[in-house]
Design a protein around this ligand. Structure first.
Ligand code: NAI
Length: 287
């Protein structure tokens, strides 16, 4: 196969914003798409079938193939239901794009357990549940593409988003290991860190900035990562407003002691331990 033609793709949270753009582009490129969306509000409250149905109608009106799925990815049953929708409609699952998301922004000092749990459940558990349900199918067929949606809020931090940032960077930890475990089965696992004007960001970014951040800019990256020709795995790519750039964990050259150093030894070498001059891509052990 070439690109994503004939592939079966599930996009979670595809009833609006970025997910909708991904779904439309996948369909345009000949993929069969499960358009999952719970259909709730930005904070995750409420539910409905209208959002997913509207995107499916857009795709089928343009002679593409798509089915709607209304599952809540925050539960194990919901994740399984998304994959089952792909199997029922198209007989297989090749690509899982975890995109569904909510916000419950508040400073850490004021954050309740409920606000923490709600965000971690949709983003990190939601990604886990859908990917976990697809994994045996991907392994068995010797092909799979797992794409998760992280954020600069996780990679770099963002005021008022401790819950969101923690969940988002958790996904990078997930793909780092899935890239290793999936390699011999032809499964890649990658992350995108998008920046786009959607209902999620409409009151967070200034208007002139939003005008340059059409979510459509992000989708070609997602479809590229999902394609047969892209075998890169375990990478994170930032995308927004026409700018695309890899983000990676770097490791400094550092300092080596031949015996257990004292606290004062660490303090004395502190500038050299922190110095990023000559840093290279991070690796598990630099012995
Ligand atoms: P959005 O609010 O338009 O899209 C999120 C979609 O997920 C909504 O359609 C919503 O109904 C759906 N959803 C929420 N909870 C769900 C659940 N439990 N099960 C199924 N569907 C559910 O926002 P946007 O911006 O399109 O966000 C898409 C993804 O991109 C999110 O993961 C978000 O965190 C991430 N992101 C977006 C950025 C941006 O600049 N817009 C920046 C960084 C990350």
């Amino acid at each position: 196969m070439a690109g994503v033609e004939g592939r079966v793709v599930a996009v979670t949270g595809a009833g609006g914003g970025l997910g909708r753009q991904h779904a439309l582009l996948f369909a345009q490129r000949g993929a069969k798409v499960v358009v999952n969306d719970l259909g709730g509000a930005r904070d995750g409250t409420g539910a409905g079938s209208q959002m997913a149905d509207a995107v499916v109608a857009e795709i089928t009106d343009a002679s593409g193939e798509a089915v709607a799925d209304y599952a809540n990815v925050a539960s194990s049953d919901g994740g399984a239901a998304v994959v089952q929708s792909a199997l029922d409609a198209f007989g297989r699952i090749d690509v899982v794009v975890s995109n569904a998301g909510i916000l419950r922004d508040v400073t850490f000092a004021k954050m309740t357990d409920e606000q923490w749990d709600a965000v971690v459940k949709v983003h990190l558990y939601g990604t886990y549940h859908v990917t976990r349900a697809a994994w045996p199918h991907l392994r068995e067929q010797g092909f799979g593409r797992v794409i998760v949606t992280t954020s600069t809020s996780g990679l770099y931090g963002n005021f008022g988003q401790a819950n969101y940032g923690a969940a988002k960077l958790g996904m990078v930890g997930l793909i780092n290991t899935l890239a290793l475990e999936g390699r011999k089965y032809g499964i890649t696992a990658n992350a995108i860190a998008p920046i786009a004007a959607t209902r999620m960001t409409e009151d967070i970014m200034p208007g002139d900035m939003l005008a340059s951040l059409d979510p459509a800019y992000v989708s070609p990256l997602v479809v590229h990562l999902a394609g047969d020709e892209c075998s890169d795995s375990g990478i994170v790519v930032l995308a927004g407003g026409g700018h695309y750039a890899r983000v990676a964990a770097m490791q400094a050259t550092g300092v080596r002691f031949d015996s257990v150093p004292s606290v004062d030894d660490i303090a004395a070498q502190w500038p050299a331990i922190l110095d990023l001059e000559g840093a290279q891509l991070g690796r598990p052990f630099s012995g």
